[in-house]
Every structure is written in C-alpha cells, then in structure tokens.
Design a binder for this molecule. Structure first.
Ligand code: CMX
Length: 467
C-alpha cells in the first residue's frame, strides 16, 4: 500500500513538474546507517578533490562592519543539510517546504496530510527522499531507542516549577550524556574515521529520547506531574509525542508533524545550529553539543520569539479586542516600537521575504481554524506590521518569520502554555543539528577557531588596507 502511495506521489510530482530532478532513495535498505556508510566515502572523496582544486579560491570578503555586525554575510561555514535563500526561504537538501509536503512519506494515525519528520531526517542526512518503508523504519528505530535513564527522570521531577522549560530541557539533554556512545568510544581510543558512527548512534538515541523528556517537562509543569505513558511501538515520533503530551486529536498530530518538520533546520549560521556545530567541533559528544545549541535557542531573538509572540498577541488582543480595527493595531505596534522593543515574529537576519515556514502554517490555519480569533488577529497584523517596520526604517526585513504563527496554532488545540513553545522548537531542531554533526564528523571537520581582533589591532589592519 505504502509502495503504491510513493509511486503515486512520484508520478503526481513529476507530472505537475513540482520538483525537477527529484532524488529518490537509491538504496532499498531501510538501515539508515548502512545507507550513510555507503555514501560517506564518495562524499569524502568529492570534498577532498574539490579542496585540492579550489582550496585557495576566494569566495567572499570580510569588512570591518561585518565583524562588528554579528558576522552577518560572512561566508565561513559549510553546512550540507540545508541552504537559506534570502527571498525564497529554506531548502532542505534542495527541496522547498512545499516540495517536502508533497513528496515526503506520511505517518499512520492522524489525517495523513503532513510529512513525517522521520522522512525529513532521512532527507537531511542522505539528500534523498526516502520510501515509506525507510521512513517507517526510522519511526521504529526511534521508538526502540526512546527509553530515558532514571537519573534524568528523577532530575526532571526534582526541578522547581519556576525553572523555565528550556532550562529544564537543556539540563536534561546535558545529563543524558551519561548514555553517550561517542564519549565512551573516544575515551577508548576509537579512530577518527569512525567518529561519525558514534555521533550517529548518539544522535539517533537523543532524537528518540527528546519527546519523552519534553513531555515529562510539560506534564510536570502543567498537568500535575501526570505520567507520560508508554511509547506506542506502531506509531511515529510525532504521534507518540502528541500522545505523551496528552493530546488525543488527529489534527494536532498533523500539526506536530508539520511543526517538527519545518523547525528542523535553517542552514548553519543561526545561533542554535552554529552553537551545536561549534561545540561538537571540540569533540564534545552530541548531547553536550546540542544542549549548548538549546541554550542559544532559548534567547528571545531566536527560538524564544515564539513565546514572546503569543505574549505580545495576547496583549494586542486585550487592547484592541476581537473587533480588530486597523488603527487600534497600528497604535499598538507603534507603541511597541516606541517602547524600544522589537515586534516579535517579524524580521530575520537572512530572509528578506515572508518566511515560507510562516506561509505553510498560515495555510494549515486557513484550513483548520479559519475563524479562530487569534488567527484572525495574526492575519490582520500581517497586513499592518510590514508597512510600519518599513516606515520606521530600521529592520532590514519587515516580513513575518516562523515564530509569528506557531503559537497561534498550538493555543487553538489547547496548548496555551506559551513558556513551553520553544521546547517544541528544540525537539525539532535536533533533526537538523544532529544531521549536520554526523556529517561534520564524517568529513573530519576540525575544531572551529576563527581569528578575532581587538579594536586597536583592527584599526591597524584598516589603516594598512588603505595604503
Ligand atoms: N521589530 C523592531 N525592530 C526590528 C525588528 C522587529 N521585528 N527586526 C529588526 N529590527 C531592528 C533591529 O533591532 C535593529 O535595530 P538597532 O539597529 O536599533 O539595533 C535594526 O532593525 C536592524 O536589524 P536587522 O539587521 O533587520 O536584523 P538583525 O539581523 O540584527 O536581527 C532578528 C534579526 C530576527 C533578531 C530581528 O529581526 C528581531 O529581533 N526580530 C524579532 C524577534 C524574532 O522574531 N526572532 C525570531 C527569528 C527567527 C528565528 O529564530 O529563526
């Protein structure tokens, strides 16, 4: 049945000319590690040859402003999993979000509308669209690896309720490194050429465990510490996550599948991906590396923005009510800016158009919750905020990003605890960060160590450059 579905999807996609040059999984194997082991030598060879031919080719320049300006625009990282186009948005291994929604296999249970994050992980790692069997094999493997050690459960149960869910999440991931196969292998002297295998094992284990960790945090904080229950071995990662959180709703499962797919990766320079990559370059194990990335995601200019958006929207609604007037909204937005605050959910360091991750969530909302007052408010703000930001003249990108929408969808299904939203983002981000770390080790990337200068030294460099 699923083979049949995959051929139909391929046929429809090629017939509609949706995606040119689709790369479907070439290997029949459902063993992702084996598929990867086949690919790695070829890719290593390709990179070796490329560096031999072009190793000294210049691909950009660095200005003084770039150095003081958060390294914006500096071309300094290699990330294989995804590339962000300023106008078009993210492409995962060359595939846009609509491509992924069209081509990736679905899960059983739910309504079958959205792709499986498991399939996206396969794509991020291999560059190929998996078959249904391959995606299902990942669901099974993650279910098999999902158990978390007692000391992590005990630690989570002992955290005070005023400790932010992201702090709990990051601390739990750090503590999970008691399970690290990478750390153990490193200490027993494993060869560098095998690092990726242990990074892979830790990544698969960690991704498998995150929904349980995240659900314990949720239930401890908002559901009187009730039990998360057991993983259903026949279901997928998102279905199990939704169920452990306590949501028994087919549309919410689809929302999770969509949410966990689209938040996974945004090329390499964003704070969470870059931090994970940097820390992993010191050969800290994947748990330690990802926990560091999560501390970055917890910043209000990055992943915490989805929490900030819902707080802000709630204030807008209090102020302007449900009979939204354009003037009322404009006044609120201007007051936010005049108060020295950013409009959360708008702007981006790289994007210069509406984020396609915003657009696909909007499409979901138009289908499932068109009359929800908060969704109407988000839609109404979309009409006024960009013009105001343009008029203010500061933000390089006045358009909404992913965080402008996600909270509204979650609150519709009853997840109103906005402090928790960034944890969901974090669970998803593991897919991209871990796929990258595995390739970092497969390609033998060294410890990261860019050069820094103090201002006097930079002045000397600038003076010398003028001569
Ligand atoms: N509201 C008000 N001012 C904004 C703004 C916004 N949404 N976005 C940018 N600006 C301001 C900046 O604060 C900056 O002001 P100063 O010069 O006074 O410092 C100026 O415009 C220029 O900034 P920029 O080059 O457009 O943006 P940056 O690359 O520096 O920052 C980002 C990008 C996302 C941090 C910023 O747009 C922002 O703070 N947005 C709101 C928070 C948010 O939604 N973050 C989520 C990002 C999504 C993600 O994590 O992936």
């Amino acid at each position: 049945m699923s083979m049949f579905r995959n051929s139909i999807v391929k046929l429809v996609a090629s017939h509609q000319g949706l995606v040119s040059n689709c790369r479907y999984a070439t290997a029949a194997s459902t063993n992702l590690k084996a598929v990867l082991a086949n690919q790695i030598p070829e890719k290593q060879e390709e990179v070796k040859k490329f560096r031999k031919e072009h190793g000294s080719t210049k691909v950009g320049e660095v200005t003084v402003d770039m150095m003081y300006g958060g390294m914006r625009g500096i071309r300094g990282l290699v990330t294989e999993t995804s590339v962000l186009d300023p106008n078009e948005g993210i492409r995962f291994r060359g595939y846009s979000i609509p491509d992924c929604q069209e081509l990736l296999p679905r899960g059983n249970g739910g309504t079958g509308e959205q792709p499986l994050p498991e399939a996206l992980f396969w794509l991020l790692l291999t560059g190929e669209i998996p078959t249904q069997q391959q995606a299902d094999a990942i669901s099974k493997e993650w279910n098999d690896r999902a158990a978390i050690p007692n000391h992590v459960t005990t630690m989570l149960n002992n955290f005070p309720s005023n400790l932010h869910p992201m702090s709990q999440f990051s601390a739990a991931i750090t503590a999970l490194n008691s399970e690290s196969k990478f750390a153990k292998a490193y200490h027993s002297g494993v060869k560098k050429s095998q690092y990726w295998e242990y990074a892979y094992e830790d990544s698969m284990d960690m991704i498998a465990k995150l929904p349980t960790v995240a659900s314990i945090i949720y239930r401890n904080l908002y559901r009187e510490g009730s039990s998360v229950g057991a993983i259903d071995p026949k279901k997928d990662w998102s279905w199990n996550f939704a169920t452990m959180l306590g949501y028994d709703n087919a549309d919410f499962v689809e929302l999770m599948r969509l949410y966990l797919t689209i938040h996974s990766d945004h090329e390499g320079g964003n704070v969470s991906a870059h931090t994970t990559h940097l820390v992993a370059s010191a050969l800290s194990d994947p748990y330690l590396s990802f926990a560091a990335g999560m501390n970055g995601l917890a910043g209000p200019l990055h992943g915490l923005a989805n929490q900030e958006v819902l707080i802000w929207l709630t204030e807008v609604r209090k102020k302007v009510g449900d009979n939204i007037t354009e003037d009322g909204m404009k006044e609120f937005v201007w007051n936010t800016l005049k108060g020295g605050q950013v409009v959360p959910g708008y702007g981006h360091a790289v994007l210069r158009k509406t984020d396609p991750r915003y657009t696909c969530q909007r499409e979901f909302a138009l289908k499932k919750l068109p009359d929800d007052p908060m969704f109407k408010l988000v839609s109404a703000l979309y009409k006024v905020v960009p013009d105001i930001l343009l008029e203010q003249g500061k933000a390089a990108n006045p358009w909404p990003n992913v965080d402008a929408h996600s909270g509204v969808l979650l609150q519709y299904y009853g997840m109103t605890e906005m402090n928790y939203y960034t944890v969901l983002f974090g669970v998803s981000r593991a897919l991209g960060c871990m796929a990258s770390v595995i390739w970092d080790r497969a390609l033998g990337l060294p410890i990261e160590r860019p050069k820094s200068f103090d201002t006097p030294a930079l002045k000397k460099l600038a003076a010398a450059a003028k001569k």
